[in-house]
Design a protein around this ligand. Structure first.
Ligand SMILES: NC(=O)c1ccc[n+]([C@@H]2O[C@H](COP(=O)([O-])OP(=O)(O)OC[C@H]3O[C@@H](n4cnc5c(N)ncnc54)[C@H](OP(=O)(O)O)[C@@H]3O)[C@@H](O)[C@H]2O)c1
Length: 338
């Protein structure tokens, strides 16, 4: 039954807000500061004053229009959604007339999904995607944790079925997905080996990895040990290169698509022995993502996991943030602070 209507609260008085937009695919400097209409909530939406928005690897790929196949989703000739930004945190400043769960002033995170729009001082999001940030958890930290955790959690829980004693190797253990995966798996009682570059060894150890391997000394395929699950969080290896690391019924998971992994994923129900698969966590229903965000932020409030923030930039310096993410060596999240 629809919620009873109630008077629409005042929306912000300004008619425009500042955003960073792009009108063509290309290098980071295609991003430009601009004014866009102040978002107004639909009946089931809220508007946030954005305090932090993550700059994800997917977003820098969208900006570049590379791989070109991704343009089927983002726009063939030019970007369909001019303003990127999918993982946001901030204060609710306006709520739609049917929204009863969220109030003005609430400190929240939200995942905007394919609509994006978070590289802005204000963004409209569906109320169903909004999750309160618990006391004791910073908004920046919450955005960082939800960015990586929303992928790491379903990979570990729904695909790897990690439980106490699972022998797990995480490749790319310092990235947004990897840093969350190491912490969540350690919290679940797994025996975690993290593989990362030399600058991130101490960080990955502090996140709960029992063993940390510097990939510049020992490439992932030469790591010693046998694993129930190998999770390549950055898509820098392959099933073929890592197969020998797996236990007889072990599973290789990757976050990054290739023709080979798509075929293996499709054939997995028929496969025996060691198998491999990819999942696409961004395509899950908004309600599932919101429920996972509640879980992740609850763990953060309990001190079991934390959001890792590498660097922050003012919104106006989004191009610099994109160049840093493009370089491929961030630890945890890069955030824009509108
Ligand atoms: N399938 C899905 O549903 C899904 C969802 C979210 C993200 N993704 C994808 O997952 C990937 C990872 O995302 P992310 O946000 O975790 O990325 P990220 O934060 O940008 O990852 C950065 C990390 O990558 C590591 N790295 C760079 N080059 C490497 C190499 N050659 N070998 C091993 N590690 C290397 C770096 O580690 P060191 O500097 O320590 O070496 C760095 O810490 C992206 O491609 C993203 O699009 C997929």
């Amino acid at each position: 039954m629809p919620a009873p209507a109630r008077p629409r609260p005042a929306t912000p008085a300004a008619t425009t807000t500042t955003a960073v937009a792009y009108d063509r695919y290309g290098p980071p400097d295609v991003l430009a500061v601009t004014q866009v209409p102040m978002p107004v909530p639909g009946p089931d939406d809220v508007v946030l004053a954005v305090e932090a928005v993550a700059v994800s690897r997917a977003e820098t790929a969208f900006r570049a229009g590379d791989p070109p196949l991704a343009r089927l989703a983002t726009g063939l000739r030019r970007p369909r959604n001019r303003v990127l930004g999918g993982d946001v945190g901030g204060r609710v400043v306006a709520v739609g007339e049917r929204v009863i769960r969220v109030q003005r002033g609430d400190r929240v995170v939200a995942q905007t999904g394919i609509a994006m729009g978070g590289y802005a001082r204000h963004v409209r999001v569906p109320a169903a995607s909004v999750v309160p940030v618990p006391d004791g958890v910073g908004t920046h930290e919450a955005v960082a944790l939800v960015e990586g955790g929303s992928t790491a959690l379903p990979f570990l829980r729904d695909h790897a079925h990690v439980r106490p004693g699972t022998r797990l190797l995480v490749h790319g253990a310092a990235g947004a997905v990897g840093a969350a995966a190491v912490q969540l798996a350690a919290h679940l009682g797994a025996d975690v080996t993290g593989v990362c570059g030399p600058d991130h060894v101490a960080l990955v150890r502090s996140l709960g990895a029992a063993t940390v391997v510097d990939r510049t000394v020992t490439p992932v395929e030469r790591v010693r040990g046998t694993f129930d699950v190998v999770l390549d969080a950055v898509g820098a290896s392959s099933f073929r290169r890592c197969r020998h690391l797996l236990a007889p019924r072990g599973l290789y998971l990757t976050t990054v698509p290739s023709a080979g992994i798509l075929v293996r994923t499709a054939l997995r129900p028929l496969a025996r022995g060691r198998t491999a698969a990819i999942a696409f966590t961004g395509l899950r229903p908004a309600a599932d993502k919101a429920s996972d965000a509640v879980h992740l932020l609850g763990l953060a409030a309990d001190g079991a996991v934390r959001g890792v923030v590498d660097r922050t930039w003012p919104l106006e310096e989004a191009a610099a943030a994109h160049a840093y993410v493009d370089a491929g060596h961030k630890a945890g999240a890069v955030l824009l602070l509108p």
